[in-house]
Design a protein around this ligand. Structure first.
Ligand SMILES: NC(=O)c1ccc[n+]([C@@H]2O[C@H](COP(=O)([O-])OP(=O)(O)OC[C@H]3O[C@@H](n4cnc5c(N)ncnc54)[C@H](O)[C@@H]3O)[C@@H](O)[C@H]2O)c1
Length: 355
């Protein structure tokens, strides 16, 4: 079967993951790359897909009939305008996380893609890691019994240079800061596993990056509507940086994903498949100390699934609708820190968060 044509908008730091995933994919191929810095796009194409076209103008790339899906890989605050344009051009969209900097923009994008009849997925690709798929399935089947606690520990390190690479990386309104930029993946995982947040309480501080006015550390509590309480400890101040741990404790068993591997899988009633599940995942690095040290397999999963979704005319594996609640929780964390109070979801006045 002929491969589906993908284009990248944005050829910066993380674009290599997308290009590598497409190079390895048997379902999609990279046909075009657009970046205002054409040299970035040129370099990416030379490295990963010499036949792909280079554009500096997004409208021109959208007019290319070979482009069927656009991956939006620009800085966070720029996602919305490009998703809207891609949808208007009838292209399917896979957008990097977070979907946008507000729920209003997120809703606008969801509606535009729905009206245009195009797929709209988000790269919160940790959901698709093998251990996480087992954990999700076990929660859905009730295997954990009563869920007692879920939590995330993200003890990462980013040096001062990371925040100076581009202006947006040190600007809160553009989507910088450990909460929305780094911990978002893991806030998303807790939301994915537990459902909608009800109350959020968060405190943020800057432990080790005095040159930027951002939080590099987050401590938060989320009370979910299902009655479970979750905790997030996240930082980019903790040298040398370690694998993220996501832990689920239930009355009947517990599971821990560390990095991309299943670090613990223990149930009071053992099943024959548990031995295999315990060995699931890999030892690949997950950006604990180096932002580029990420496996492309999870991106490839999302890309390949999008091709299948187009062919089978079904929903993609991570539709934007399913990530909205993760953004709601992350924004509630900012509001809670700003007001030094617990925030009840839903909350009004989301724009005041960044003032
Ligand atoms: N899923 C993940 O694991 C993961 C990891 C890191 C970053 N990200 C996300 O990926 C996105 C990009 O991050 P990055 O680190 O690659 O950023 P970056 O700043 O390194 O790269 C962004 C690129 O977009 C280009 N760009 C900016 N404005 C443009 C425009 N108007 N038209 C065309 N190109 C434009 C820039 O020139 C740059 O090359 C962000 O949303 C970020 O949150 C996701």
């Amino acid at each position: 079967m002929e491969k589906i044509g993908f284009a990248l908008l944005g050829a910066g730091m993380i674009s290599g993951l997308h290009a590598d995933a497409l190079r390895k994919s048997s379902k999609g191929k990279l046909v075009a790359v657009c970046d205002v810095r054409t040299e970035n796009a040129q370099k990416l194409v030379e490295t990963y897909a010499p036949d792909a076209k280079v554009y500096s103008d997004f409208d021109q790339m959208l007019a290319d009939p070979a482009v069927q899906v656009v991956n939006i890989v620009t800085p966070n605050h720029l996602h919305t305008q490009f998703v809207l344009k891609a949808a208007a051009a009838g292209k399917h969209v896979l957008c990097e996380k977070p979907p946008a900097m507000s729920l209003a923009e997120t809703d606008q994008m969801i509606e535009a893609c729905r009206k245009a009849g195009v797929k709209f997925g988000i790269f919160v690709q940790s959901r698709m890691r093998e251990p996480m798929r087992y954990i999700k399935k076990a929660i859905e089947s009730g295997r954990f019994g009563k869920i007692l606690r879920v939590d995330v520990q993200m003890k990462w390190f980013r040096n001062a240079d990371y925040y100076k690479m581009d202006a947006w990386r040190s600007n809160r309104k553009c989507g910088a800061g450990v909460t929305i930029q780094h911990a978002f993946h893991y806030i998303d995982l807790l939301h994915y596993l537990m459902g909608r947040g009800a109350q959020v309480s968060a405190r943020m501080c800057n432990l080790a990056h005095p040159d930027v006015t951002l939080e590099d550390t987050l401590d938060a509590r989320i009370d979910f509507t299902n009655g479970v309480t979750g905790y997030v400890q996240a930082s980019t101040a903790l040298w040398p940086g370690n694998d993220v741990r996501v832990e689920v404790y239930g009355s009947e068993g517990c599971a821990v994903m560390a990095g991309t591997a299943m670090a613990m899988w223990k149930f009071k009633e053992e099943l024959p498949e548990d031995e295999i599940i315990r060995k699931s995942g890999s030892s690949a690095a997950t950006a604990g100390g180096d932002p580029r040290a990420l496996p492309s397999e999870d991106h490839q999963y999302v890309i390949d699934d999008c091709v299948d979704a187009i062919r089978e005319d079904r929903e993609v594996c991570i539709p934007c609708e399913s990530v909205r609640g993760s953004l709601e929780i992350a924004l509630a964390m900012y509001k809670s820190d700003k007001e030094k109070a617990e925030v009840t979801i839903p909350f009004a006045d989301e724009n005041s968060i960044w003032e």
